[in-house]
Design a protein around this ligand. Structure first.
Ligand code: GSH
Ligand code: FE2
Length: 357
């Protein structure tokens, strides 16, 4: 079975696609965004996938790709068109190449015109095509920079994309109105630029009259993307806090493993957000923990020292996850949830004060 997720970056209106083979757990990710790497790594981890390939549909002009960072974190191979002119990719793709993940693959179709190095990735059974900015929902990518060419884009769309089965679902790299998917049949009929009876001349004249301002981030994005998103000095600038081995869940909560907490009890403030009777009840509590029930936390947050890392604790790790959001809102940034809560702490046989044996 195919595992499929569509993810969205609300700053650049970019869609990122994760595809995995449920049996082998191997996965590929298409068009990542640098600032979303933590999110993407968390989802891959929570779904139990192993990222084999990170692929880009083209050298983006509006956001920095997460390709280099994903490779750094997960040891995946970087793939982009050989014609994209970028440095640092593991595989320079050409028409007809296959990108394999488990028993599945994506077929590479060169679809230049938005840029000279644009490709469309077609799933092995032709049920899905990832068109990048070649074909958007009721639109298409601009053709006024990066060796763009409206006549070339027209040919790419007509001969490489709209020749797929009518039922093929089309997933674009962007949609500025939040539309998530379309199909070959729909775009053949309703795309205002290439659909219906529109000729190449109609298309070229349409595209030459767009008059769009350049993307706001082009001066940052292009040089970075010419190096697959590697920062200039090779230093990572994502959001990982450094006070402990933290992991961010896909739900957006920083978590810390119980073993590290046990070994570093004197370095952290343990904040137990259970009710007082639970704190003194059968599960017991961790030594030196401060008890403030979740319901009172917003009012009592001033009692918490913002310099010391805070580890929030509850029965299962659920209420203490909500406590993380409250602490962050109050400016306590060094805070992480004890993953698994008191239940896991006790399962592992770690020491508690009070509680039933
Ligand atoms: N306002 C956006 C514009 C982004 C933009 O120009 N996007 C390109 C794709 S990289 C495009 O082809 N857009 C098509 C359109 O806006 O119709 C920004 O500043 O980033
Ligand atoms: Fe683009």
């Amino acid at each position: 079975m195919l595992i499929f997720r569509q993810l969205f970056d609300k700053n650049s209106f970019t869609y990122t696609y994760l595809l995995g083979d449920s049996k082998s757990r191997e996965a590929v990710i298409i068009d990542t965004v640098y600032e979303q790497s933590t999110r993407d790594c968390s989802l891959i981890d929570e779904l139990g996938l192993q990222l084999i390939h990170v692929v880009d549909t083209h050298c983006h002009a509006d956001h920095v790709t997460g390709a280099w960072l994903m490779k750094h974190h997960l040891d995946a191979k970087i793939n982009i068109s050989r014609h994209a002119g970028v440095e640092g990719a593991d595989n320079g793709l050409v028409d007809g190449d296959h990108i394999k993940f488990g028993s599945r693959y994506l077929q590479v179709r060169e679809t230049p015109g938005h840029t000279s190095g644009c490709v469309t990735y077609v799933l092995d059974d032709e049920t899905m095509a990832f068109t990048g900015d070649a074909l958007l929902v009721r639109g298409c990518g601009r053709t006024d920079f990066q060796q763009g060419s409206p006549s070339m884009l027209y040919q790419s769309i007509k001969t490489k994309i709209l020749t797929l089965p009518n039922s093929t679902k089309i997933y674009p790299a962007h949609d500025y109105d939040g539309v998530t998917v379309t199909s070959v049949a729909e775009e053949k009929e309703f795309n205002p630029r290439v659909g219906g009876q529109s000729s190449q001349k109609d298309f070229v004249l349409y595209m030459n009259s767009l008059g769009l301002p350049h993307p706001g981030k082009i001066d940052v994005a292009l040089p970075a993307n010419l190096n697959c998103g590697r920062p200039k000095n090779g230093r990572i600038t994502d959001e990982l806090p450094m006070w402990g081995p933290l992991k961010k869940t896909f739900a957006g909560v920083w978590e810390i493993d119980a073993e590290w907490v046990l070994e570093n009890l004197s370095e952290v403030l343990l904040l137990d957000v259970r009710e007082h009777d639970e704190f003194e009840g059968s599960l017991g509590h961790i030594v030196n923990a401060k008890q403030i029930a979740l319901g009172s936390l917003a009012n009592r947050v001033g009692e918490i020292d913002t310099q010391t890392p805070v580890v929030t604790v509850c029965r299962s790790g659920a209420r203490s996850a909500q406590a993380i959001f409250l602490l962050q809102q109050a400016g306590v940034t060094k805070a992480a949830n004890l993953s698994g809560g008191m239940l896991r702490w006790r399962d592992r046989g770690y020491p508690v004060v009070g509680g039933a044996s």
